[in-house]
Ligand binder design. Structure first.
Ligand SMILES: Cc1ncc(COP(=O)(O)O)c(C=O)c1O
Length: 373
């Protein structure tokens, strides 16, 4: 049983025997010195990895957007520039996942996602480079029937990478369909490697543990005090990995996931569960506490894959002010959340907020009718 510790009369967070008040620098220093927990060692080199990502990705100040919004300094971590079929957050996850597939001697990789899945596109690219077959199950999750949505954007790139595509109606249990497809391949004597939707298991999340270390290193190099990281969260691997890495090294940098689908409580629970599994995999069980995980689901709009007016405004602003492309399903909603929170005065002028750009711009070409094209 951990005894509560009081700093100026208030406990804000508890982290497995490591409690502190975030805002109180002096109090925190005293507390840390008195009760420094045993350091957690997270050795990613123990896991097989394909070093194919263009890493580290740049960390840049969004001067024009910061000025336009008149709030905190907004920085961007350019994980849209990770390489592998236009880049995006899946590169970091697939470096670990496809390395494991390779070690296991897989000759076909299977995964699933929505029609305009970025994860499917990047999985297809990794499989192509590895010289193994790729089989993708796509769910019609949005009901958008337009030709560009069905065949352009990510779908076009899936095909260019040589992936085979199977289509499923919306509402299908896609993880069950994935298992059934893998069994079919195994019955044919194939060695199938199965990746869950979004590449979100403990192996994939290692990629974002690594991203957490990378970001903290960049911040240290330039004396940048990061007050919050904000990004789009869906299948949870990105946030789970980030939180595991950032909490594991006691960075004291909070992460806010802007949900693109699930409601807040469900999303937080899902992220927390995967973060715990990821920490265990790293031999750091208990490194993440429940209150390290925060999600906001106010920017989902009508549903997954349907851009809200705020999504389209965010895409427009970033394209016009910064020359940066967001996407209609993930990063557009994540940035819409950040913009709205700035406008609501949630941050101080002297704060530094980092938007993790998780990619997805290939999907723009599936959404031309929403973008006035
Ligand atoms: C562009 C983009 N951003 C963010 C996400 C969300 O990341 P995660 O699924 O790890 O929560 C995805 C997931 O597919 C994505 O494709």
């Amino acid at each position: 049983m951990v005894k509560p510790l009081w700093v100026q009369g208030q406990v804000l967070r508890s982290n497995g025997g490591h409690q502190y008040r975030r805002q109180d620098r002096i109090g925190r220093k005293i507390f840390r010195a008195a009760l420094a927990p045993r350091p957690v060692v997270m050795n990613l080199a123990r896991f097989p990895r394909l070093h194919w990502g263009h890493l580290p990705t740049p960390l840049e100040l969004l001067q024009n957007l910061s000025r336009e919004l008149g709030g905190p300094s907004i920085w961007i971590k350019r994980d849209d520039c990770t390489g592998m079929s236009t880049g995006g957050n899946k590169t970091r996850k697939l470096e670990f996942l496809l390395a494991q597939a390779h070690v296991q001697g897989a000759d076909v990789v299977l995964t699933q996602g929505a029609t305009q899945s970025n994860h499917a596109r990047q999985t297809a690219a990794f499989a192509a480079r590895l010289g193994i077959a790729c089989h993708i199950l796509l769910e019609d999750r949005t009901g958008i029937g337009e030709r560009n949505y069905q065949h352009n954007g990510n779908v076009l790139l899936d095909r260019l990478h040589g992936a085979a595509i199977e289509r499923y109606p919306g509402g299908t249990d896609m993880e069950a369909a994935l298992t059934a497809a893998a069994e079919r391949f195994q019955a044919e004597g194939k060695n199938a490697y199965l990746i869950p939707g979004g590449g979100s298991n403990a192996t994939g999340a290692l990629g974002y543990v690594n991203a957490a270390f990378e970001l903290v290193g960049q911040a240290n190099d330039r004396d940048l005090r990061i007050d919050q990281v904000i990004h789009a969260t869906g299948s949870t691997g990105t946030q789970a990995g980030l939180v595991t890495g950032l909490s594991g090294i006691r960075s004291d940098i909070p992460v806010l996931g802007i949900s693109v689908r699930a409601e807040k409580a469900q999303q937080e629970e899902n992220v927390f569960r995967l973060a715990c599994t990821t920490a265990e995999k790293l031999g750091a069980a208990g490194a993440v506490s429940r209150d390290d995980v925060t999600a906001n689901s106010d920017y989902v709009g009508e549903g997954y894959g349907i851009p809200a007016p705020s999504t389209l405004e965010a895409i427009d602003l970033l394209a016009r002010l910064e020359g940066i492309l967001l996407d209609p399903v993930y990063s557009g909603k994540g940035m819409a959340g950040l913009i709205d929170l700035v406008r609501k005065g949630e941050f101080e002028q002297d704060q530094n907020i980092v938007f993790l750009h998780t990619g997805g711009a290939a999907g723009l070409f599936g959404y031309t009718s929403f973008l006035g094209a």
